[in-house]
Write a protein that binds this ligand. Structure first.
Ligand SMILES: NC(=O)c1ccc[n+]([C@@H]2O[C@H](COP(=O)([O-])OP(=O)(O)OC[C@H]3O[C@@H](n4cnc5c(N)ncnc54)[C@H](OP(=O)(O)O)[C@@H]3O)[C@@H](O)[C@H]2O)c1
Length: 247
């Protein structure tokens, strides 16, 4: 069965929140989810980028998305609570979350890193996924089939020199993932998985590897079939898994 057939769109009727939806993997996934019938809530920091993705979805004939501007580095507990209330109020349901928002300071030795850089990376990469999931949990629990996808990074799994606070924030995300997966283990209608992409051609990669020839790198769209599968009914049996993507 083709997943691109308009009559068999696997995410029809679902509402899916995508963070970091303005560029890179978040943008590609938002377009892919909408192409499969999902109403996508586009969350990000730069409204102009979210509006461009909104227009792309509408032009392609996808369900009208929603835009939720948020600076996850500054958001407080009450802001995360308001975010969940906005989704409940405007859309009435939530069936999935893909966490793609990504804060990265720069590659440098620990002796040159600052507490402020560490805090921002922790707030966006670790605390925001926890807080969004925590306040959206009541909505997710009401869905007949809810899926949460966290996005890790190789250096969170195997930390190495110069990745500093970024690697530590992603390692902490993996630890959070294991706690959350364990707590949701007995919930047949709510699952969480962690995807670790290999190198993909996004603006982030230009910051981590500026001199690299990017022509051989897969585009973020290469991951989208996996993300659609995990988000939809085909992913129901995949839960609590760390999934490394290699193109
Ligand atoms: N690219 C790779 O090679 C690669 C490899 C392994 C893992 N990954 C993982 O894949 C995920 C997505 O990466 P990517 O390459 O698509 O990243 P990206 O190009 O850096 O895009 C990140 C997105 O996060 C948003 N964002 C950053 N700070 C934010 C904040 N304070 N509040 C709200 N949104 C914020 C950005 O919004 P603005 O555009 O408005 O700043 C942007 O849309 C990350 O978890 C990353 O670790 C990527």
């Amino acid at each position: 069965m083709s997943t691109t057939d308009a009559h068999t769109r696997v995410l029809d009727g679902r509402v899916v929140l995508v963070t970091g939806a303005g560029q890179g993997l978040g943008r590609a996934a938002a377009l892919a989810f909408a192409a499969q019938g999902a109403t996508v809530v586009l969350l990000g920091r730069t409204v102009a980028k979210l509006e461009t993705v909104y227009d792309e979805i509408v032009r392609a004939g996808g369900p009208q998305p929603a835009i939720l501007p948020a600076d996850l580095a500054a958001a407080q507990e009450r802001d995360f609570e308001a975010l969940a209330q906005a989704i409940a109020g405007q859309l009435g349901r939530l069936d999935g979350i893909l966490h793609c928002a990504n804060a990265f300071a720069r590659l440098s030795p620990l002796s040159q890193q600052t507490m402020e850089q560490w805090l921002i990376q922790f707030r966006v990469n670790t605390l925001a996924p926890f807080a969004i999931n925590r306040f959206c949990e009541p909505l997710l629990k009401r869905s007949p089939d809810a899926a949460v996808i966290l996005v890790g990074e190789t250096h969170g799994h195997a930390p190495a020199a110069y990745w500093g606070g970024y690697a530590v924030s992603k390692a902490a995300l993996e630890a959070y993932f294991r706690v959350q997966a364990d707590e949701w283990a007995d919930r047949p209608n709510l699952r969480i998985n962690l995807v670790i992409p290999g190198p993909i051609h996004t603006p982030f990669r230009h910051r981590t590897h500026p001199a690299e020839d990017k022509s051989a790198l897969p585009p973020p769209e290469a991951l989208c079939p996996l993300l659609v599968e995990l988000m939809g009914p085909q992913g129901q049996k995949t839960r609590g898994q760390v999934i490394a993507f290699r193109s």
